[in-house]
Design a protein around this ligand. Structure first.
Ligand SMILES: [Zn+2]
Length: 361
């Protein structure tokens, strides 16, 4: 399940390598060894380590500025096309998002210029401005790679810093969700263009284009959901008429309820107290393993997540995603008063989205 390997911490921020980064580095290492033998492989690998350090510094640029704004940074993951700083919640003040997004490319540009300056002093302009990609000297190459890193990350699509910078600029003049939608559309159009260019020039560009295209979509979705659910009380979508089970009931009772209604997950209640939940997959597993006569109390989940009536849909959605559940019991003063399902949240999104569209037209 884990797709990355933890390396260590810098400034208290955990750094890990994504498997694709490791594959990428291994692939390059093999190419170096194949082309030039052991000596080329050693210089190739040390260059890769320097490249890895450059990407880490780029991400640290983001992370340290974010942390200065009080954003919790849970770690940095390095991917072949750059890195990802995992932050708990990006600030929605455009100026802050702008500074966090700019900090990475700015770090790369400063590194590139410093290395370029060192190269000028050491090797002179001919070696520094040499345009071939393969071969060449370590320091000028590293300078070039850092500048490339900055340029790539300034591409105007969402997982890239350029997308965030663009949205922050738009968000100064319009609501955050609209700014996101526009930035995502521009990112998608840009990705299609980049992909087409890549098809005829460099397949690597196609890979980046796909990454931007889907990244733009998922960011637009995330913000759309967050905006729709913001400040909406859970009572808006929770079912207040629902069936409950008793621990002494048989699983067949859950099946009957499922046949006769829309409910697939059941709170298990004893003496007015919620003691467990029986999800659809638990019912299926119990039928398979023990048959319809199994006692609910034996097969129900005793560890489960609940929400309370004073929580918003935004919080409920985060909770339901975190537990991977299809529904959550809603409590008030420790008693169950409702059931909120993923389906109901989805319905709310559809109708709330349609409603806001009509009011804007
Ligand atoms: Zn970046």
């Amino acid at each position: 399940m884990r797709s990355s390997v933890r390396l260590g911490k810098i400034f208290g921020i955990p750094i890990s390598l994504h498997l694709t980064f490791i594959l990428f580095v291994a692939f390059l290492g093999m190419v170096y060894a194949f082309q030039g033998g052991a000596k080329a492989a050693i210089s190739g690998v040390s260059f890769i380590l320097a490249l890895f350090l450059s990407v880490t510094l780029h991400e640290l640029g983001h992370s340290l500025v974010a942390r200065a704004f009080g954003v919790k940074v849970s770690g940095i993951v390095l991917l072949p096309i750059g890195g990802v700083s995992q932050m708990e919640e990006m600030p929605e003040q455009p100026s802050r998002e702008f500074l966090i997004a700019v900090a990475g490319p700015a770090t790369s540009i400063v590194l590139g210029l410093l290395l370029g300056g060192a190269s000028l002093l050491l090797y002179g302009p001919a070696a520094t401005f040499k345009t071939t990609v393969t071969g060449g000297l370590f320091i000028p190459n590293l300078a070039r790679v850092n500048l490339l890193l900055a340029i790539f990350n300034l591409l105007p699509g969402f997982p890239m810093d350029g997308g965030r910078i663009f949205r922050a600029a738009l968000a100064n003049a319009m609501p955050f969700d609209r700014a996101t939608a526009i930035a995502a559309s521009v990112g998608r159009v840009f990705a299609i263009g980049l992909g087409l260019v890549g098809l005829f020039t460099n397949i690597w560009l196609v890979f980046i284009a796909v990454f931007i295209y889907f990244g733009a979509g998922s960011e637009a979705n995330r913000v759309r959901i967050k905006t729709a659910f913001h400040d909406v009380p859970v009572s808006r979508v929770m079912a207040t008429k629902f069936e409950t089970l008793n621990p002494d009931d048989r699983v067949s009772r859950a099946v009957e309820h499922a046949y006769n209604g829309f409910q697939e997950d059941f709170p298990v209640v004893m003496d007015n107290e919620l003691v467990g939940v029986l999800m659809k997959q638990d019912v299926l597993a119990a039928l398979h393993q023990f048959g319809p006569g199994a006692l609910v109390g034996r097969v129900m989940r005793k560890q489960f997540t609940t929400v309370t009536t004073d929580q918003t849909l935004e919080q409920v959605y985060a909770a339901i995603q975190a537990c991977g559940c299809s529904s959550l019991p809603v409590l008030e003063a420790d008693r169950i008063v409702g059931l909120v399902t993923l389906e109901a949240l989805g319905r709310y999104l559809v109708f709330a989205g349609a409603g806001s569209g009509a009011s804007r037209a």
